[in-house]
Write a protein that binds this ligand. Structure first.
Ligand SMILES: [Mg+2]
Ligand SMILES: [Zn+2]
Length: 218
């Protein structure tokens, strides 16, 4: 059976979360409380981002130079090549920003990976804003509602594999056939009885794919 991978970006494709790091670097006091409310699902991604951007002291160039320091998982490119070889589709689903993804993928020379994310808007003099083209009217939390996108993109008869690390991955993880999880997401899957394989880097996922029985239908 063909596999289709849905992969989170921040903290999954990248070693660190670009959204929370840029907040820590560029936002004035007040961001911690907003982050806490978002983690507790009391504030949607969109409302949280809008409030955080009011605390921002940065230009687009500042964000771009920061993004150029962000490292990608050392095995991600190899993972993409293997998927291409075997005919597995890979989509990046992110509740972070298109600008961050585009900048980092470009730096690492990655093309042709379809991604879905919020739009980072910048108006000189006015600062940053967020637009959420993949919002789900029935969901009050996400900017990019990953579960809905997964349903739409998975196609017929494919094993749906989700890879993620954090809060915005909780909802889609519950709807996948197999989950590779780390950090917050792994603890959540254990708590909720969602079957998940722990991974630390895409190197672990490559090892699992080398042993077909470990990722077959469950
Ligand atoms: Mg993440
Ligand atoms: Zn949602």
């Amino acid at each position: 059976m063909k596999k289709v991978f849905f992969v989170d970006f921040d903290g999954t494709v990248t070693k660190t979360d670009t959204c929370s790091t840029m907040v820590q670097i560029f936002a004035r006091d007040g961001w911690k409380e907003l982050n806490r409310l978002w983690e507790e699902r009391k504030l949607s991604t969109k409302d949280c981002a809008k409030a955080l951007f009011k605390l921002f002291d940065a230009s687009l160039e500042d964000i771009e130079s920061f993004l150029n320091t962000v490292e990608m998982d050392g095995h991600f490119k190899e993972f993409l090549s293997l998927c291409r070889e075997r005919g597995y589709r890979v989509y990046i689903l992110s509740d972070g920003y298109d600008f961050n993804i585009r900048t980092i993928m470009q730096k690492y020379g990655i093309k042709d990976v379809e991604f879905y994310a919020n739009k980072l808007l910048y108006h000189p003099g006015k600062g940053f804003d967020i637009e959420c083209p993949y919002e789900n009217p029935r969901c009050k939390n996400c900017g990019t509602c990953k579960k809905g996108l997964m349903e739409k993109l998975k196609g017929e008869d494919a094993q749906v594999i989700y890879v993620g690390d954090s809060y915005s991955d909780m909802c889609p993880a519950g709807a996948a056939d197999l989950v590779f999880a780390k950090d917050v997401l792994y603890r959540y899957c254990m708590e909720k009885g969602i079957r998940a394989v722990h991974y630390s880097s895409f190197g672990d996922i490559l090892s699992a794919l080398a042993k077909p029985e470990s990722t077959e239908e469950i």
